[in-house]
Unconditional design. Structure first.
Length: 248
């Protein structure tokens, strides 16, 4: 942990930058988008150091470590007196919460994990620039752990076609709820947009080009990818500069 950290600057531990997105983890992209939406100063440690919970992202602020993106946001909302949902009614907050949990607990497994680790693991390793001599060990260790996690989560007990049906239904729901609104809850961004952008941007720009989800987002549900472009323009003017392909 940093010993010379400014008291009003959050230190975030995350994965190294990506080729097409600033981070290949939707949870990291969610949290970093939240920082920008809330105007909270932060610095990133890209070492991939895991929290005590064995997860990324996590933060250090005021000398205190906080893990899990949702708990981090709760903590920082209190620490910096931030409320990105102040314009929402109680009913709208409940709807937004439901979409956040759908993305994090369902869509994440049905599309991102299934699409990267199960259907296209070699592609994903290449995106992470993992040396080819490590591909076989990675498949033996990492993929096996992911498949086990999917089984215990429940999604892994379904067939690939059934998992796709689950993912398609989630995207359909997102597209129909968003409609032509600028942001998920209306004309102004709220907390749910940090999550929705974090996950939808990964689906639009960091999945195999021939995977069904890429075409579903970019062709069938164009309002979702247009939404991603709006969020990117508003909060990520440095997006292209952060990609590792731009830094070489």
């Amino acid at each position: 942990m940093s010993t010379c950290q400014d008291k009003d600057t959050v230190l975030m531990y995350q994965w190294p930058r990506g080729i097409t997105v600033p981070c290949p983890s939707p949870f990291v992209l969610k949290l970093e988008t939240y920082f920008r939406m809330a105007n909270i100063k932060y610095k990133s440690d890209h070492s991939g150091k895991l929290s005590k919970k064995g997860k990324i992202p996590w933060i250090v602020v005021d000398g205190q470590a906080v893990a899990d993106s949702s708990f981090v946001i709760q903590h920082l909302n209190k620490r910096f007196e931030v409320d990105l949902n102040q314009s929402l009614s109680s009913k709208d907050k409940a709807i937004a919460h439901s979409y956040i949990k759908m993305m994090e607990e369902n869509t994440f497994w049905a599309i991102i994990i299934q699409g990267r680790y199960v259907d296209n693991f070699t592609w994903f390793l290449n995106q992470l620039e993992v040396p080819k001599f490590l591909h076989i060990p990675a498949k033996l260790l990492m993929k096996r752990r992911v498949l086990k996690a999917m089984w215990y989560q429940g999604i892994g007990r379904h067939s690939p076609d059934e998992i796709r049906t689950i993912g398609e239904a989630d995207l359909q729901s997102c597209a129909e709820f968003l409609e032509e609104k600028l942001f998920f809850m209306g004309d102004q961004p709220t907390l749910v947009d940090a999550t929705m952008f974090g996950f939808l941007a990964e689906l639009a720009w960091h999945m195999p080009p021939d995977h069904w989800s890429t075409k579903c987002v970019t062709e069938k549900h164009k309002n979702l990818v247009n939404y991603c472009y709006r969020m990117k323009a508003r909060y990520w003017p440095d997006w292209d500069d952060l990609l590792i392909s731009k830094n070489k």
